[in-house]
Design a binder for this molecule. Structure first.
Ligand code: PLP
Length: 446
Protein backbone atom coordinates (compact mmCIF):
# COMPACT_ATOMS: atom_id res chain seq x y z
CA UNK A 1 0.00 0.00 0.00
CA UNK A 2 1.38 3.39 -1.00
CA UNK A 3 2.11 5.98 1.69
CA UNK A 4 0.87 8.75 -0.54
CA UNK A 5 -2.63 10.06 0.00
CA UNK A 6 -4.17 9.38 -3.38
CA UNK A 7 -7.50 10.70 -4.61
CA UNK A 8 -9.04 7.29 -3.91
CA UNK A 9 -7.77 6.13 -0.53
CA UNK A 10 -8.54 2.44 -0.97
CA UNK A 11 -6.89 2.12 -4.35
CA UNK A 12 -3.37 2.79 -5.56
CA UNK A 13 -3.29 4.09 -9.13
CA UNK A 14 -0.65 2.84 -11.60
CA UNK A 15 2.55 4.84 -11.80
CA UNK A 16 2.96 7.15 -14.75
CA UNK A 17 6.52 6.32 -15.69
CA UNK A 18 7.21 8.27 -18.82
CA UNK A 19 5.54 10.75 -21.12
CA UNK A 20 6.31 11.46 -24.74
CA UNK A 21 4.20 13.60 -27.01
CA UNK A 22 0.57 12.47 -26.84
CA UNK A 23 1.41 9.34 -24.84
CA UNK A 24 1.77 8.36 -21.20
CA UNK A 25 3.48 5.05 -20.38
CA UNK A 26 2.50 3.42 -17.09
CA UNK A 27 3.77 0.80 -14.66
CA UNK A 28 1.33 -1.77 -16.06
CA UNK A 29 3.17 -1.58 -19.35
CA UNK A 30 0.35 0.37 -20.98
CA UNK A 31 0.75 3.28 -23.41
CA UNK A 32 -2.19 5.65 -23.16
CA UNK A 33 -3.18 8.56 -25.40
CA UNK A 34 -3.52 11.58 -23.12
CA UNK A 35 -6.85 12.68 -24.59
CA UNK A 36 -7.50 15.31 -21.94
CA UNK A 37 -3.97 16.48 -21.12
CA UNK A 38 -4.75 15.40 -17.56
CA UNK A 39 -7.23 18.08 -16.49
CA UNK A 40 -6.74 20.17 -19.64
CA UNK A 41 -3.17 20.87 -18.57
CA UNK A 42 -0.62 19.21 -20.89
CA UNK A 43 -1.20 21.57 -23.82
CA UNK A 44 2.07 20.60 -25.52
CA UNK A 45 1.86 16.95 -24.60
CA UNK A 46 4.71 15.38 -22.69
CA UNK A 47 8.48 15.80 -22.90
CA UNK A 48 8.48 18.64 -25.41
CA UNK A 49 12.19 19.01 -26.28
CA UNK A 50 12.25 22.84 -26.44
CA UNK A 51 10.53 23.16 -23.09
CA UNK A 52 12.91 20.65 -21.51
CA UNK A 53 15.90 22.51 -22.98
CA UNK A 54 14.68 25.80 -21.53
CA UNK A 55 14.16 24.18 -18.14
CA UNK A 56 17.65 22.68 -18.19
CA UNK A 57 19.12 26.07 -19.09
CA UNK A 58 17.27 27.68 -16.19
CA UNK A 59 18.40 24.94 -13.81
CA UNK A 60 21.99 25.71 -14.70
CA UNK A 61 21.54 29.40 -13.92
CA UNK A 62 19.14 29.95 -11.04
CA UNK A 63 16.49 27.88 -9.27
CA UNK A 64 15.37 30.25 -6.53
CA UNK A 65 15.75 33.81 -5.32
CA UNK A 66 13.29 35.39 -2.91
CA UNK A 67 11.04 38.03 -4.42
CA UNK A 68 11.50 40.40 -1.47
CA UNK A 69 14.95 41.10 -2.90
CA UNK A 70 14.90 39.95 -6.50
CA UNK A 71 12.99 39.51 -9.70
CA UNK A 72 14.30 37.02 -12.28
CA UNK A 73 14.81 36.98 -16.03
CA UNK A 74 12.34 34.21 -16.85
CA UNK A 75 9.44 35.68 -14.87
CA UNK A 76 10.05 39.12 -16.41
CA UNK A 77 10.23 37.62 -19.91
CA UNK A 78 7.05 35.61 -19.35
CA UNK A 79 5.12 38.70 -18.24
CA UNK A 80 6.47 40.61 -21.26
CA UNK A 81 5.50 37.85 -23.66
CA UNK A 82 1.97 37.39 -22.30
CA UNK A 83 1.20 41.07 -21.73
CA UNK A 84 3.54 42.96 -24.05
CA UNK A 85 0.68 43.85 -26.38
CA UNK A 86 -1.62 44.62 -23.42
CA UNK A 87 -4.46 42.30 -24.49
CA UNK A 88 -7.81 43.75 -23.45
CA UNK A 89 -5.98 46.44 -21.48
CA UNK A 90 -4.32 43.88 -19.18
CA UNK A 91 -0.90 45.16 -18.24
CA UNK A 92 0.55 43.31 -15.24
CA UNK A 93 1.05 39.72 -14.19
CA UNK A 94 1.40 38.06 -10.80
CA UNK A 95 2.80 34.53 -10.82
CA UNK A 96 2.15 31.78 -8.29
CA UNK A 97 2.02 28.00 -8.28
CA UNK A 98 -1.53 26.86 -9.10
CA UNK A 99 -4.96 27.89 -10.28
CA UNK A 100 -6.34 28.01 -6.75
CA UNK A 101 -3.51 30.22 -5.55
CA UNK A 102 -4.08 32.47 -8.54
CA UNK A 103 -7.78 32.74 -7.73
CA UNK A 104 -6.95 33.68 -4.13
CA UNK A 105 -4.64 36.38 -5.46
CA UNK A 106 -7.35 37.67 -7.79
CA UNK A 107 -9.87 37.89 -4.94
CA UNK A 108 -7.43 39.75 -2.75
CA UNK A 109 -6.24 42.10 -5.48
CA UNK A 110 -9.86 42.95 -6.30
CA UNK A 111 -10.65 43.66 -2.66
CA UNK A 112 -7.46 45.67 -2.21
CA UNK A 113 -8.23 47.74 -5.30
CA UNK A 114 -11.44 49.05 -3.74
CA UNK A 115 -9.69 49.66 -0.45
CA UNK A 116 -7.06 51.71 -2.31
CA UNK A 117 -9.63 53.87 -4.09
CA UNK A 118 -11.60 54.64 -0.95
CA UNK A 119 -14.44 52.14 -1.33
CA UNK A 120 -13.76 49.81 1.60
CA UNK A 121 -17.44 48.92 1.88
CA UNK A 122 -17.14 46.72 -1.17
CA UNK A 123 -16.95 43.32 0.49
CA UNK A 124 -18.96 40.88 -1.60
CA UNK A 125 -18.36 38.75 -4.67
CA UNK A 126 -20.98 37.27 -6.95
CA UNK A 127 -20.07 34.07 -8.78
CA UNK A 128 -22.13 31.32 -10.43
CA UNK A 129 -23.65 28.03 -9.45
CA UNK A 130 -21.89 24.94 -10.82
CA UNK A 131 -18.63 26.76 -11.43
CA UNK A 132 -15.19 25.90 -10.09
CA UNK A 133 -12.49 28.29 -9.03
CA UNK A 134 -10.21 26.07 -6.97
CA UNK A 135 -9.98 24.07 -3.77
CA UNK A 136 -8.36 26.46 -1.28
CA UNK A 137 -10.97 27.92 1.04
CA UNK A 138 -11.35 31.31 -0.66
CA UNK A 139 -11.46 29.83 -4.13
CA UNK A 140 -13.81 27.06 -2.98
CA UNK A 141 -16.15 29.64 -1.46
CA UNK A 142 -16.08 31.55 -4.74
CA UNK A 143 -16.93 28.44 -6.73
CA UNK A 144 -20.37 26.97 -7.04
CA UNK A 145 -19.34 23.33 -7.36
CA UNK A 146 -21.93 21.87 -4.99
CA UNK A 147 -20.17 18.52 -4.68
CA UNK A 148 -16.79 19.97 -3.72
CA UNK A 149 -18.28 22.58 -1.38
CA UNK A 150 -20.69 20.31 0.51
CA UNK A 151 -18.69 19.15 3.53
CA UNK A 152 -16.77 22.43 3.84
CA UNK A 153 -19.86 24.64 3.68
CA UNK A 154 -19.70 25.55 7.41
CA UNK A 155 -16.19 26.95 7.07
CA UNK A 156 -16.64 28.78 3.75
CA UNK A 157 -16.75 32.58 3.75
CA UNK A 158 -20.18 34.15 3.28
CA UNK A 159 -18.65 36.96 1.22
CA UNK A 160 -19.69 34.99 -1.89
CA UNK A 161 -23.10 34.41 -3.41
CA UNK A 162 -24.08 32.65 -6.60
CA UNK A 163 -26.32 33.25 -9.58
CA UNK A 164 -27.23 30.87 -12.41
CA UNK A 165 -24.67 29.89 -15.04
CA UNK A 166 -25.45 30.32 -18.75
CA UNK A 167 -26.30 26.66 -19.35
CA UNK A 168 -28.68 26.70 -22.27
CA UNK A 169 -28.92 22.91 -22.63
CA UNK A 170 -30.70 22.57 -19.31
CA UNK A 171 -31.67 25.98 -18.06
CA UNK A 172 -33.08 27.88 -21.01
CA UNK A 173 -36.86 27.64 -20.67
CA UNK A 174 -39.02 26.01 -23.36
CA UNK A 175 -39.81 28.63 -25.98
CA UNK A 176 -37.34 31.13 -24.53
CA UNK A 177 -35.12 32.76 -27.17
CA UNK A 178 -31.37 33.05 -26.66
CA UNK A 179 -31.65 36.78 -26.12
CA UNK A 180 -34.55 36.40 -23.66
CA UNK A 181 -32.51 33.84 -21.73
CA UNK A 182 -29.48 36.15 -21.64
CA UNK A 183 -31.71 39.04 -20.51
CA UNK A 184 -33.13 36.84 -17.75
CA UNK A 185 -29.61 35.99 -16.54
CA UNK A 186 -28.57 39.65 -16.61
CA UNK A 187 -31.71 40.53 -14.62
CA UNK A 188 -30.81 37.85 -12.08
CA UNK A 189 -27.32 39.34 -11.69
CA UNK A 190 -28.81 42.82 -11.35
CA UNK A 191 -31.21 41.55 -8.69
CA UNK A 192 -28.31 40.01 -6.77
CA UNK A 193 -26.44 43.34 -6.86
CA UNK A 194 -29.59 45.02 -5.53
CA UNK A 195 -30.05 42.41 -2.81
CA UNK A 196 -26.48 42.85 -1.59
CA UNK A 197 -26.41 46.60 -2.11
CA UNK A 198 -24.77 47.56 -5.41
CA UNK A 199 -22.01 49.56 -3.71
CA UNK A 200 -21.06 46.51 -1.63
CA UNK A 201 -20.09 44.30 -4.56
CA UNK A 202 -16.42 43.89 -5.50
CA UNK A 203 -16.94 41.87 -8.64
CA UNK A 204 -18.59 39.14 -10.66
CA UNK A 205 -16.55 35.96 -11.20
CA UNK A 206 -17.09 33.54 -14.09
CA UNK A 207 -15.35 31.00 -16.30
CA UNK A 208 -15.76 32.13 -19.95
CA UNK A 209 -16.13 28.44 -20.85
CA UNK A 210 -17.14 26.46 -17.78
CA UNK A 211 -14.56 23.76 -17.24
CA UNK A 212 -14.92 20.44 -15.49
CA UNK A 213 -17.92 21.23 -13.31
CA UNK A 214 -20.49 21.66 -16.11
CA UNK A 215 -18.34 20.29 -18.92
CA UNK A 216 -17.13 22.76 -21.55
CA UNK A 217 -20.22 24.96 -21.44
CA UNK A 218 -19.86 28.02 -23.65
CA UNK A 219 -21.98 31.09 -23.02
CA UNK A 220 -24.59 32.26 -25.50
CA UNK A 221 -23.67 35.23 -27.70
CA UNK A 222 -24.26 38.46 -25.80
CA UNK A 223 -24.11 36.85 -22.37
CA UNK A 224 -20.75 38.25 -21.24
CA UNK A 225 -21.40 41.77 -22.57
CA UNK A 226 -24.73 41.72 -20.71
CA UNK A 227 -23.08 40.62 -17.47
CA UNK A 228 -20.28 43.15 -17.86
CA UNK A 229 -22.86 45.90 -18.40
CA UNK A 230 -24.36 45.06 -15.00
CA UNK A 231 -20.90 45.20 -13.39
CA UNK A 232 -20.08 48.50 -15.11
CA UNK A 233 -23.39 50.02 -14.01
CA UNK A 234 -22.39 49.45 -10.40
CA UNK A 235 -18.64 50.03 -10.67
CA UNK A 236 -17.82 46.37 -9.93
CA UNK A 237 -15.03 44.34 -11.52
CA UNK A 238 -15.32 41.51 -14.02
CA UNK A 239 -13.04 38.65 -12.92
CA UNK A 240 -12.67 35.89 -15.50
CA UNK A 241 -11.29 32.51 -14.49
CA UNK A 242 -9.46 31.07 -17.48
CA UNK A 243 -7.51 28.50 -15.48
CA UNK A 244 -8.93 25.68 -17.59
CA UNK A 245 -10.23 27.35 -20.75
CA UNK A 246 -7.44 29.88 -21.26
CA UNK A 247 -4.00 30.16 -22.86
CA UNK A 248 -5.16 28.81 -26.20
CA UNK A 249 -7.42 25.94 -25.18
CA UNK A 250 -10.48 27.36 -26.99
CA UNK A 251 -8.61 28.46 -30.13
CA UNK A 252 -7.71 32.01 -29.06
CA UNK A 253 -5.04 32.77 -26.51
CA UNK A 254 -7.71 34.11 -24.16
CA UNK A 255 -11.21 32.67 -24.16
CA UNK A 256 -12.71 36.12 -23.56
CA UNK A 257 -11.49 37.22 -27.00
CA UNK A 258 -14.47 35.30 -28.39
CA UNK A 259 -16.95 36.90 -25.99
CA UNK A 260 -16.73 40.61 -26.81
CA UNK A 261 -15.51 41.57 -23.34
CA UNK A 262 -12.18 41.89 -21.54
CA UNK A 263 -11.83 41.30 -17.82
CA UNK A 264 -10.47 43.62 -15.16
CA UNK A 265 -8.66 40.64 -13.68
CA UNK A 266 -7.99 37.32 -15.38
CA UNK A 267 -6.89 34.10 -13.74
CA UNK A 268 -4.74 31.61 -15.69
CA UNK A 269 -2.92 28.41 -14.86
CA UNK A 270 -3.10 25.04 -16.58
CA UNK A 271 -2.22 25.99 -20.17
CA UNK A 272 0.26 28.60 -18.96
CA UNK A 273 2.89 26.03 -18.03
CA UNK A 274 1.35 22.99 -19.68
CA UNK A 275 2.17 20.86 -16.62
CA UNK A 276 5.93 21.26 -17.07
CA UNK A 277 5.95 23.08 -13.75
CA UNK A 278 3.24 24.06 -11.26
CA UNK A 279 2.35 27.64 -12.20
CA UNK A 280 -0.64 29.96 -12.16
CA UNK A 281 -1.06 33.65 -12.51
CA UNK A 282 -3.29 36.65 -12.65
CA UNK A 283 -3.38 39.31 -15.31
CA UNK A 284 -4.54 42.71 -14.10
CA UNK A 285 -5.66 45.84 -15.89
CA UNK A 286 -3.94 49.22 -15.74
CA UNK A 287 -6.52 50.99 -13.60
CA UNK A 288 -6.11 48.39 -10.87
CA UNK A 289 -2.33 48.59 -10.91
CA UNK A 290 -2.44 52.41 -11.06
CA UNK A 291 -4.60 52.41 -7.94
CA UNK A 292 -2.08 50.28 -6.05
CA UNK A 293 0.89 52.26 -7.32
CA UNK A 294 -0.72 55.58 -6.40
CA UNK A 295 -1.99 54.19 -3.11
CA UNK A 296 -0.10 51.95 -0.70
CA UNK A 297 2.36 50.82 -3.35
CA UNK A 298 2.22 47.22 -2.09
CA UNK A 299 0.21 44.16 -2.97
CA UNK A 300 -0.92 42.85 0.41
CA UNK A 301 -0.35 39.30 -0.66
CA UNK A 302 2.52 37.04 -1.58
CA UNK A 303 3.93 33.53 -1.50
CA UNK A 304 7.36 31.99 -0.99
CA UNK A 305 7.34 30.52 -4.49
CA UNK A 306 5.77 33.39 -6.41
CA UNK A 307 7.42 34.07 -9.78
CA UNK A 308 9.53 30.93 -9.34
CA UNK A 309 12.38 30.99 -11.90
CA UNK A 310 12.09 27.38 -13.06
CA UNK A 311 8.29 27.51 -13.27
CA UNK A 312 8.51 30.77 -15.18
CA UNK A 313 11.19 29.37 -17.54
CA UNK A 314 9.01 26.36 -18.31
CA UNK A 315 5.92 28.51 -18.90
CA UNK A 316 7.90 30.94 -21.03
CA UNK A 317 9.06 28.07 -23.23
CA UNK A 318 5.52 26.68 -23.47
CA UNK A 319 4.16 30.06 -24.52
CA UNK A 320 6.94 30.52 -27.07
CA UNK A 321 6.25 27.12 -28.62
CA UNK A 322 2.53 27.92 -28.90
CA UNK A 323 3.40 31.11 -30.82
CA UNK A 324 6.38 29.85 -32.86
CA UNK A 325 4.63 26.68 -34.01
CA UNK A 326 1.32 28.39 -34.79
CA UNK A 327 -0.45 26.01 -32.44
CA UNK A 328 -3.58 28.15 -32.09
CA UNK A 329 -4.26 27.38 -35.76
CA UNK A 330 -3.90 23.69 -34.95
CA UNK A 331 -6.24 24.03 -31.97
CA UNK A 332 -8.88 25.54 -34.25
CA UNK A 333 -8.39 23.02 -37.07
CA UNK A 334 -8.09 19.89 -34.91
CA UNK A 335 -10.82 21.20 -32.61
CA UNK A 336 -13.18 21.41 -35.58
CA UNK A 337 -12.24 17.84 -36.53
CA UNK A 338 -12.76 16.68 -32.95
CA UNK A 339 -16.23 18.22 -32.90
CA UNK A 340 -17.11 16.73 -36.27
CA UNK A 341 -15.96 13.23 -35.34
CA UNK A 342 -17.66 13.34 -31.93
CA UNK A 343 -20.92 14.39 -33.53
CA UNK A 344 -20.60 11.68 -36.20
CA UNK A 345 -19.83 9.00 -33.63
CA UNK A 346 -22.12 10.00 -30.76
CA UNK A 347 -24.40 12.79 -32.00
CA UNK A 348 -27.36 10.49 -32.48
CA UNK A 349 -26.66 8.24 -29.55
CA UNK A 350 -29.73 7.87 -27.38
CA UNK A 351 -27.74 8.40 -24.21
CA UNK A 352 -25.71 11.38 -25.37
CA UNK A 353 -27.76 14.45 -24.56
CA UNK A 354 -25.32 17.14 -25.57
CA UNK A 355 -21.94 17.45 -27.26
CA UNK A 356 -20.45 20.87 -26.60
CA UNK A 357 -17.27 22.83 -26.40
CA UNK A 358 -14.87 25.02 -28.33
CA UNK A 359 -11.39 24.65 -29.74
CA UNK A 360 -9.64 21.66 -28.20
CA UNK A 361 -12.08 21.53 -25.28
CA UNK A 362 -15.05 19.18 -25.79
CA UNK A 363 -17.50 17.33 -23.63
CA UNK A 364 -20.34 14.84 -23.91
CA UNK A 365 -23.16 14.91 -21.35
CA UNK A 366 -25.02 11.64 -20.80
CA UNK A 367 -28.76 11.16 -20.24
CA UNK A 368 -31.10 8.22 -19.82
CA UNK A 369 -33.36 9.71 -22.43
CA UNK A 370 -32.73 12.56 -24.86
CA UNK A 371 -36.26 13.94 -24.77
CA UNK A 372 -36.53 14.31 -21.00
CA UNK A 373 -32.77 14.89 -20.52
CA UNK A 374 -33.05 12.85 -17.33
CA UNK A 375 -29.67 11.99 -15.81
CA UNK A 376 -28.55 8.48 -14.89
CA UNK A 377 -28.78 7.32 -11.31
CA UNK A 378 -25.56 8.68 -9.72
CA UNK A 379 -25.05 5.31 -7.99
CA UNK A 380 -24.30 3.82 -11.41
CA UNK A 381 -21.23 6.08 -11.67
CA UNK A 382 -21.52 6.18 -15.43
CA UNK A 383 -18.84 8.83 -15.91
CA UNK A 384 -16.37 6.78 -13.90
CA UNK A 385 -17.20 3.66 -15.87
CA UNK A 386 -16.55 5.53 -19.11
CA UNK A 387 -13.21 6.78 -17.77
CA UNK A 388 -12.12 3.23 -16.93
CA UNK A 389 -13.46 1.77 -20.16
CA UNK A 390 -11.51 4.43 -22.04
CA UNK A 391 -8.34 3.69 -20.09
CA UNK A 392 -8.75 -0.01 -20.88
CA UNK A 393 -8.81 1.02 -24.54
CA UNK A 394 -5.71 3.20 -24.26
CA UNK A 395 -7.30 6.62 -23.76
CA UNK A 396 -7.13 8.99 -20.81
CA UNK A 397 -10.14 11.31 -20.53
CA UNK A 398 -11.53 13.52 -17.76
CA UNK A 399 -14.81 12.31 -16.25
CA UNK A 400 -17.08 14.13 -13.83
CA UNK A 401 -20.41 13.59 -12.11
CA UNK A 402 -22.87 16.02 -10.60
CA UNK A 403 -23.44 18.03 -13.76
CA UNK A 404 -26.88 19.26 -12.72
CA UNK A 405 -26.52 19.94 -9.04
CA UNK A 406 -23.33 18.42 -7.71
CA UNK A 407 -24.96 14.99 -7.45
CA UNK A 408 -26.91 14.09 -10.59
CA UNK A 409 -25.51 14.02 -14.10
CA UNK A 410 -22.50 12.58 -15.93
CA UNK A 411 -20.17 14.18 -18.40
CA UNK A 412 -16.75 13.38 -19.83
CA UNK A 413 -14.25 15.88 -21.19
CA UNK A 414 -11.72 15.57 -23.96
CA UNK A 415 -9.00 18.22 -24.07
CA UNK A 416 -6.19 16.93 -26.29
CA UNK A 417 -2.80 18.63 -26.36
CA UNK A 418 -2.54 21.42 -28.95
CA UNK A 419 0.01 19.32 -30.87
CA UNK A 420 -2.57 16.62 -31.72
CA UNK A 421 -2.66 15.47 -35.34
CA UNK A 422 -5.70 14.35 -37.32
CA UNK A 423 -4.65 10.73 -36.70
CA UNK A 424 -4.57 11.41 -32.95
CA UNK A 425 -8.06 12.90 -33.07
CA UNK A 426 -9.39 9.90 -35.01
CA UNK A 427 -7.86 7.52 -32.46
CA UNK A 428 -9.20 9.53 -29.51
CA UNK A 429 -12.76 9.59 -30.83
CA UNK A 430 -12.67 5.93 -31.87
CA UNK A 431 -11.53 4.83 -28.40
CA UNK A 432 -13.89 7.24 -26.67
CA UNK A 433 -16.88 6.03 -28.69
CA UNK A 434 -16.03 2.40 -27.92
CA UNK A 435 -15.63 3.24 -24.23
CA UNK A 436 -19.02 4.94 -24.08
CA UNK A 437 -20.69 1.90 -25.67
CA UNK A 438 -18.88 -0.50 -23.36
CA UNK A 439 -19.68 1.47 -20.20
CA UNK A 440 -23.35 1.77 -21.11
CA UNK A 441 -23.52 -1.94 -21.92
CA UNK A 442 -22.36 -2.70 -18.36
CA UNK A 443 -25.32 -0.86 -16.81
CA UNK A 444 -28.25 -2.92 -15.54
CA UNK A 445 -30.76 -1.08 -17.77
CA UNK A 446 -29.88 1.20 -20.67
N1 PLP B 1 -10.31 27.46 -11.77
C1 PLP B 1 -10.70 26.60 -12.72
C2 PLP B 1 -11.64 27.07 -13.79
C3 PLP B 1 -10.22 25.29 -12.72
O1 PLP B 1 -10.63 24.43 -13.67
C4 PLP B 1 -9.33 24.88 -11.71
C5 PLP B 1 -8.83 23.49 -11.67
O2 PLP B 1 -9.36 22.61 -12.25
C6 PLP B 1 -8.94 25.82 -10.74
C7 PLP B 1 -9.43 27.09 -10.80
C8 PLP B 1 -7.98 25.42 -9.66
O3 PLP B 1 -6.72 25.17 -10.18
P1 PLP B 1 -5.68 24.23 -9.39
O4 PLP B 1 -6.23 22.86 -9.38
O5 PLP B 1 -4.40 24.39 -10.17
O6 PLP B 1 -5.54 24.81 -8.01
Amino acid sequence: MSRLIHREIRKDPPLALRGEGMLLHDSNGRSIIDGSGGAAVACLGHGHPRVLDAMRAQLGKLTYAHTSLYSNESAEALADLVLGDEPGGLTHMYLCSSGSEAMEAALKLARQYFSEIGQPNRQRFIARRQSYHGNTLGALAAGGNAMRRAIYQPILSDAFSHVAPCYAYRERADGETDSDYVARLAAELEAEFQRLGPQKVIGFIAEPVVGATLGCVTALPGYFPAMKAVCDRHGALLILDEVMCGMGRTGTLHAWEQEGVAPDIQVVAKGLGGGYQPIGGILAGRRIMDALRDGTGTLMHGHTYQAHPLAAAAALAVQRVIREDGLLDNVRAMGALLEQRLVERLGNHRHVGDIRGRGMFWCAEFVTDRASRAPFDPALKLNDRIKHAAYDRGLACYAMGGTLDGRRGDHVLLAPPYIATAADIEAIVARFGDAVEAALAELPVT
